[in-house]
Design a protein around this ligand. Structure first.
Ligand SMILES: *Cc1c(COP(=O)(O)O)cnc(C)c1O
Length: 463
């Protein structure tokens, strides 16, 4: 094979299959990728490699390249990981009505910052503030990009250039790059640590207050638990101390469900309303954790403090876009009728799904999975425990049911089977545990779609 044997661009373009590819992807992209493909083969030839230079082979490779390019990067997946509010899988799934409200706001103009009654400029916070206040008892509320942003904004607006007091027991890392000491620093405040990892007393806070103190911050133990010989002052005492010294008391709840979860048998999680009643001047919480909405950070509390947040230039940088305002408003409205919340709010529906229902689903799917994947290993139905996720209720587990694939001795290992599941048209995200693949079915609602694509496991030539 010589370089001269490689066909020209024009010659390859005569292949009939490429007419269809051009109709689909556009001429420019097809020609670009064809040049890339020819270039790659030329380089291989120069290096003395064995290269198939036929137009047919080149077209085949080109079509594959175009397929890969056209496939969206952000795709739907089945979350069978066992973690309901999985941060890496997008956290809370939205109700259809909320997603539709978001889509409409994107397609058509909306009164995002427009007062329809007066015919003049309005405030984007207004779409959410009334609902947030009603649901939390706060006097005022605002919304930004996420809860990390809400904490950053609150500290910047209330305490930049001065000190914020935080217990050493709350110097937490929430995940990725959200660490309390770093967020305090990024907001332009100085961190004043008090107490110890396991015990912090009211007097520790009291002693730390000085002329440079601007706020007391409490951070909810979201993704960890301190157990054993522990102490931290009650929130109402901390609030009283802050108020005696004319300091704002900020409580970062993290998840902060807007409803009392215990009425559905879930473990208790502090609500913004409770935290405000216990004396917090400002609470911050996420929109896409237990609240079950889109990614957002909410700050609610005293009107003068919320006003300071609104006037801060960081608010502009962190503000919510119209799609998420639309989705969040739609989700917040569901909380006005808490009785029907578990039917209407997917996050809550999944969290409260009875184990018997999940186990029955597993029994129905077992023969299907065994048919297509029996050669890979033994398929069984097993009880398991789901996690809430997103650092919500870290210690509590929800009884669930899973399909377990125990790899056959001679076949692919659990990690390889898990990879094959991720290669399905709608990737399936499973969990590998003790050399078996676990599919926790708590979050599987599209039973038919899931079963239909399992066939792909058997079609795989490596099966
Ligand atoms: C999750 C969490 C955050 C960060 O919230 P995001 O919405 O992920 O930005 C901050 N504080 C606490 C206590 C949390 O649990």
């Amino acid at each position: 094979m010589r370089l001269a044997d490689l066909p020209s661009v024009d010659r390859v373009l005569q292949d009939a299959r490429l007419a269809r590819a051009i109709a689909r992807h556009g001429r420019e992209l097809v020609v670009d990728e064809l040049r890339g493909e020819l270039e790659a083969r030329r380089a291989l030839l120069k290096a003395g490699g064995a290269v198939d230079a036929s137009a047919g082979a080149i077209v085949g490779a080109l079509l594959e390249r175009l397929e890969t390019l056209a496939r969206p990067s952000l795709r739907r997946v089945y979350n069978l990981s066992g973690t309901v509010l999985h941060t890496n899988l997008g956290r809370a799934p939205l109700p259809a009505a909320a997603a539709e409200a978001a889509a409409l706001s994107l397609r058509e103009p909306a009164n995002l910052e427009y007062d329809l009654a007066e015919g003049e400029r309005g405030e984007r916070d207004e779409h959410l503030e009334g609902l947030l206040c009603r649901l939390s008892g706060a006097a005022a509320a605002t919304a930004v990009n996420n809860n990390a942003g809400a904490v950053l904004l609150a500290l910047h607006a209330l305490a930049a250039g001065r000190e914020v007091i935080v217990s050493r027991g709350e110097m937490v890392e929430i995940g990725g790059s959200f660490r309390i000491p770093e967020i305090v620093e990024a907001s332009g405040c100085r961190l004043r640590e008090v107490g110890t990892t396991n015990r912090t007393h009211l007097r520790d806070y009291e002693r730390a207050i000085g002329p440079h103190t601007a706020a007391i911050l409490k951070v909810h133990a979201s993704n960890y638990a301190v157990v054993g010989f522990t102490a931290s002052p009650a929130e109402n005492l901390l609030a009283r101390l802050a108020h005696e010294r004319k300091l704002p008391f900020v409580n970062d709840l993290g998840s902060g469900s807007l409803a009392d979860l215990t009425r559905w048998g879930l473990p208790p999680e502090p609500t913004p309303g409770e935290a405000l009643r216990a004396g917090a001047d400002l609470v911050t919480f996420s929109g896409d954790k237990l609240l079950g909405g889109p990614q957002a950070g909410l700050a609610a509390g005293r009107a003068d403090l919320v006003e300071k947040l609104r006037r801060d230039p960081l608010k502009r940088a962190l503000r919510l876009d119209k799609a998420r305002i639309a989705a969040l408003e739609s989700v917040l409205r569901l909380y006005l009728d808490p009785e029907r919340l578990p039917e209407r709010l997917p996050a809550l529906r999944l969290l409260t799904r009875p184990q018997a229902e999940i186990a029955a689903l597993a029994e129905r799917l077992r023969p299907v999975l065994r048919e297509y994947c029996g050669a890979l290993g033994a398929v069984s139905v097993e009880p398991c425990a789901s996690q809430v996720g997103s650092g919500s209720l870290p210690v509590d587990r929800l009884p669930s049911a899973a399909l377990r694939i125990a790899p056959a001795a001679a076949g692919p290992k659990a990690a390889q089977i898990a990879r094959r599941l991720r290669e399905l048209p709608v990737p399936v995200i499973a969990r590998v545990h003790e050399d078996a693949v676990w599919l926790d079915l708590r979050c599987l609602e599209d039973e038919a779609g899931f079963a239909a694509q399992l066939r792909g496991l058997a079609l795989d030539p490596r099966a």
